[in-house]
Design a binder for this molecule. Structure first.
Ligand code: NAD
Length: 300
């Protein structure tokens, strides 16, 4: 049994931390959002009110925060992780963040004498709840091995990606493909409907055919087909449009840096931007389907 510090108890961090409790660990959780803290407490996480308390005596600290700016805010500064944790605490950032922030966290942690890995995840909220996430971990090989042992109760796959920041690189590329697949599933689903196909029959075909994708199987954007999909729940977020837009912009920025075109990725980013501009940043990103079926008027 280990003592686990946890910062960021949202859609992903909450259920991930709950799986650490189920594995027998003591988990001390901190979040700025009191609703997230209350939900976590119901799952057995012990609420704390500061970063300093979360890291106190922790064998390992996980951070699961929205963006690079949040990760920097939590790690750096007088009230941050590096100022308060013991260097014996293994630091694991599972947020999806930009390459520069990931590099800054690695460098600052190393200078301060900490072991640190970037360990973003794939698998969505359903994977977080089921403990079947794929973790992609970048950092020193021995630290990756140590982190993997703690990560086991939350994961279906743990893959060492190589040196510092390569976990984030893998995640950014994966999510570029995810959101392009989501846009494809939305177009296919609406076209199938307009061509007179039953939605379940079409899904049964596509999910065992060459149109298959994780987005189709997990986030199908038409209600009444895939139970885990936000389309069944008026697009209450499992993955917000704001975070999806963040991730696809991370890919676009990374591609600019290495001078390759992402024409399809850029187009999907514009679709997310239209959802955001119409006031739907906090809704699930699979709401992109409404731009196809015409039920959401926006300016193209
Ligand atoms: P979320 O917005 O639901 O949760 C983030 C939590 O961090 C919130 O509860 C927020 O209050 C908290 N937070 C922000 N700043 C904080 C601070 N300074 N101190 C303490 N808490 C703070 O987001 P999420 O969906 O859980 O995603 C978290 C990360 O995981 C993101 O980087 C996202 O891109 C990535 N991710 C999400 C999914 C998904 O399906 N939702 C899948 C894979 C990866």
């Amino acid at each position: 049994m280990a003592t686990v510090g946890w910062i960021g108890l949202g859609n992903m961090g909450g259920p991930m931390a709950a799986n650490m409790v189920k594995a027998g660990h003591v988990v001390r959780g901190f979040d700025l959002n009191s609703e997230a803290v209350s939900a976590a407490a119901e799952a057995g996480i012990r609420p704390v009110t500061s970063i300093a308390e979360a890291v106190d005596g922790a064998d390992v600290l996980f951070t699961m925060l929205p963006k690079g700016e949040h990760a920097r805010a939590v790690y750096f500064g007088d009230h941050g992780v590096l100022a308060h944790a013991s260097t014996s605490t293994l630091l694991v950032d599972s947020s999806t963040i930009d390459m520069e922030s990931a590099r800054a966290l690695h460098d600052a942690a190393a200078v301060a004498g900490f072991r640190f890995v970037d360990a973003p995840v794939s698998g969505g909220m359903s994977g977080a709840q089921a403990g079947t996430l794929t973790f992609m971990i970048g950092g020193e090989a021995s630290t990756v091995t140590d982190a993997s042992a703690y990560i086991e109760p939350m994961s279906g796959n743990i893959i060492a990606t190589g040196a510092a920041t390569t976990g984030q690189a893998a995640k950014i590329c994966n999510n570029l493909m995810l959101f392009i697949n989501l846009a494809g599933a939305a177009e296919g689903a609406v076209l199938a409907d307009r061509l007179g196909l039953d939605k379940q029959v079409f899904w049964d075909i596509a999910s065992v055919s060459s149109g298959d994708s994780w987005a189709l199987r997990t986030w199908y954007p038409v209600a009444g087909v895939v139970p885990t999909a936000a389309s069944n729940n008026d697009f209450a977020p499992t993955f917000t449009t704001e975070l999806a837009n963040k991730d696809i912009n991370l890919a676009i920025a990374a591609a600019v840096a290495v001078d390759i075109p992402l024409e399809i990725g850029e187009h999907v980013q514009q679709l997310f931007q239209r959802l955001i501009d119409s006031g739907n940043a906090a809704k699930d990103c699979s709401m992109i389907v409404k731009l196809v079926d015409g039920s959401l008027e926006t300016t193209a």
